[in-house]
Design a protein around this ligand. Structure first.
Ligand SMILES: Nc1ncnc2c1ncn2[C@@H]1O[C@H](COP(=O)(O)OP(=O)(O)OP(=O)(O)O)[C@@H](O)[C@H]1O
Length: 696
């Protein structure tokens, strides 16, 4: 029976006009049915390395299409629902300077969507005899500020026992006319921007409330998100940590939208202050409109944002098309495991029948691209976080695919692979030592195909942590202390949660009611939990031991490769022939064919059969170097703070920076360590010292 569903999040793009008409770096938009297209594809110019990829969205508004058109087509239907008591959200995200503020706020001459919408809503309210009021806020460094308050009062996000969010300290100013609203909205900067303010990025939100008499109807939220930028950019005005923090909250909201659109059972609202404060608006809404702002001339940062938007869009399509999507979602999520602990705890499910393996083989071959796209297009912040440039993104996709292969290969080799089991395990050892992140994926069969499931696995920090965070969870950190607020009640702000005794609020009839509130746990606490998770799993041996072990393994592998002797015909089958050819060798089982297909030739060490001793030695030492670097990075990406401090040259501050930065984007090259304030020379020195220690 077909289930009718509507997408919770509609994902469209808005193109910002080119500033250089002669530029060849233009994005390409395919609208099969012009304005009536229900889905569009966006790709990048041939010059761009990612040009082969098409990103699907629900629609794309080009430069020639006016903001009024977006209002008519996208927002007017939402306005009616707000007057019927539903919430609606319009969120603009994108790279820096991609036109988000221009789209949402606009300027005095060219009104943005928030102003145009307010105009519509005021007319409608007048007709119906309803009232409109507005709140304007900013979320910066995990703190919410009330922008309609002269002193930019801090807003506290409280969560009631029923999970209802209360924004304590957020003003709600009645608006009677558009000019009144404009004065409030455009006057903000003039009254509040202090020249001494350090340049910080923030998310800015406008919430339009509709009330009928004393009853609250719906709310329309406009969110102008801070611009995404690669935290490793050398020329940014902001510190990498500040960028990382803001990116983390961008990813958090994107993860929430993905989960909502994919109709997932768990929505990770607790990942950031922004997602927590918007929880009610997002979950109680008729629809959220996500607008990806894209400059006509693409950039790496735009590419990432589009990639993520497309992922959210695809999640919705799948949820509508496939009621059993949850298993598929698990595939994406299984690749998005964020902490090494989670990755390592992932059980490798083995389906051992050869029949199933034969099916798997076919599917793996056919789905190679699908896995790749699913992984690259669908993984949340970790996938994209891991890859802060296209090259890395591609490498990561390859790595993911490689890991999938490895997992399959493991599966096969644990059952009846007759041929070459020695080679398989030998290769596995080499591969695993050179893969930076170590993700194990559960493999299960879904329908007749191959699916990856993480049903037994926490998916992301959000999901894992939230499992032990009920809405009444209580947690404190020692660095944050309770704050005193005007009400006189002592309660907590970010990263501090405790059961508040009784907090007073007003109900729909404006009468005072008392509610038992639980103060929320914010992102930093989640970090703490993530870290404690990591701390638990860092019972793994220290780096030097692991390097030593690696060195021994490599030595034994060298020995093994010298002894290696595989019948020639099987060597050919394993390295070159497609499966069909291989099957002609009567002695090779179906499982072996799969093994052959899944082989990653470049990872294979050259045997000494046809190499000179020097070539063999060079190849081995270069592999050794790569493996050591890989191990080092793996350690950097997974170890707890205390273990990190055991590394030469890493003190408390650097260890803390590593933990914070890798949350946003794991270290994928040694050079990434420059982000924690090391020079290239210092980075080299660190590694030399660690390697030197192996031989002490
Ligand atoms: N559709 C448009 N038409 C003309 N100019 C535009 C358009 N969109 C944006 N711009 C211009 O591009 C510049 C950057 O736009 P805007 O400030 O809106 O970007 P942003 O994405 O909000 O930036 P940030 O990431 O810093 O918040 C501004 O000078 C703005 O006037």
């Amino acid at each position: 029976m077909e289930t009718r569903m509507t997408k919770m999040v509609r994902v469209v793009a808005r193109v910002k006009p080119s500033t250089d008409p002669s530029s060849t770096r233009s994005i390409l938009i395919q609208k099969p049915l012009g304005e009536d297209s229900e889905s569009v594809s966006i790709s990048f110019g041939a010059q761009f390395a990612g040009s082969k990829d098409l990103y699907k969205l629900d629609y794309c508004y080009e430069e020639s299409e006016s903001t009024d058109l977006i209002l008519t087509k996208e927002i007017k239907p939402l306005i009616s629902s707000v007057f019927e008591g539903k919430d609606a959200n319009v969120i603009a995200h994108g790279a820096r300077s991609s036109g988000k503020t221009h789209l949402i706020q606009g300027n005095e001459r060219e009104f943005g969507l928030a102003v145009l919408t307010m105009s519509e809503m005021l007319s409608m309210a007048e007709e119906r005899g309803d009232s409109v009021s507005v709140s304007v806020y900013e979320v910066s460094q995990e703190t919410v500020y009330d922008l309609l308050d002269q002193d930019k009062r801090v807003v506290t996000v409280l969560e009631g026992a029923q999970g209802k969010i209360q924004l304590k300290g957020l003003s709600q100013v009645p608006v009677k006319s558009l000019s009144e609203f404009q004065n409030l909205y455009f006057g903000l900067k003039k009254t509040q921007k202090l020249s001494s303010d350090p340049p910080v990025k923030s998310h800015k939100g406008v919430m339009i409330h509709v009330t009928s008499g004393n009853a609250n109807l719906g709310r329309m939220t406009f969110l102008d998100m801070a611009g995404y930028e690669d935290s490793r950019k050398q020329n940014s005005a902001l510190a990498p940590l500040e960028i990382a923090r803001i990116n983390k909250s961008i990813y958090a909201l994107q993860n929430v939208m993905y989960a909502l659109n994919a109709n997932e059972s768990h929505v990770p609202y607790r990942e950031s202050k922004l997602t927590r404060m918007l929880k009610d608006c997002l979950q109680g809404c008729k629809r959220t409109l996500l607008i990806t702002c894209l400059p006509r001339e693409f950039s790496q940062d735009s590419f990432y944002m589009l990639n993520l938007a497309s992922r959210i869009c695809l999640g919705g399509n799948r949820a509508m098309n496939n009621p059993t999507k949850k298993k598929i979602n698990s595939l994406e999520r299984s690749f998005s495991l964020t902490s090494a602990a989670q990755r390592r705890q992932t059980p490798l499910t083995v389906s051992a029948t050869s029949k199933k393996q034969t099916v798997l083989r076919g599917n793996v071959t056919e789905r190679k691209t699908k896995i790749n796209t699913a992984v690259s297009a669908l993984k949340a912040r970790k996938l994209f976080g891991e890859s802060n440039d296209l090259g890395k993104c591609k490498n990561n996709s390859k790595k993911m695919e490689g890991k999938a292969r490895m997992a399959l290969k493991k599966e096969i080799s644990t059952s009846k692979v007759v041929l070459n089991s020695q080679i398989s395990s030998y290769k596995e050892e080499v591969c695993s030592s050179s893969i930076v992140t170590n993700s194990q994926s559960s493999l299960v069969e879904e329908d007749s195909g191959l699916a990856f499931s993480s049903s037994t696995v926490p998916m992301e920090p959000s999901s894992s942590t939230s499992e032990f965070l009920s809405s009444e969870a209580v947690e404190t950190t020692d660095k944050d202390s309770p704050k005193e607020h005007e009400s006189g009640a002592t309660y907590c702000d970010d990263a501090f949660a405790e059961k508040a005794p009784i907090v007073v609020e007003r109900d729909d009839n404006n009468s005072v009611i008392e509610e038992d509130l639980t103060l929320v746990i914010e992102g930093e606490n989640l970090d703490k939990e993530n870290n404690s998770l990591q701390a638990n799993e860092t019972a793994s041996p220290p780096l030097t031991m692991r390097l030593r072990e690696l060195s021994n393994n490599l030595k034994s592998m060298c020995k093994f490769s010298d002894q290696l002797s595989v019948p020639e015909k099987y060597q050919t089958a394993l390295t070159e022939s497609p499966a069909e050819e291989a099957s002609e060798h009567s002695g090779i089982t179906a499982e072996a064919i799969v093994s052959a297909e899944l082989r990653t030739p470049e990872k294979t060490m050259p045997s000494s059969i046809d190499c000179s001793p020097w070539k063999t030695y060079s190849a081995h030492s270069s592999k050794l170097k790569k493996s050591v670097v890989g191990e080092y990075l793996k350690f950097i990406n997974t170890a707890g703070k205390e273990d990190l401090k055991k590394l030469k040259g890493i003190g408390d501050k650097r260890a803390a920076s590593i933990v914070e930065l890798r949350e946003e984007s794991p270290f994928s090259t040694i050079d990434d360590l420059k982000c924690i304030g090391l020079s290239a020379k210092q980075v080299k020195g660190l590694l030399k010292k660690e390697i030197g220690e192996i031989f002490e």
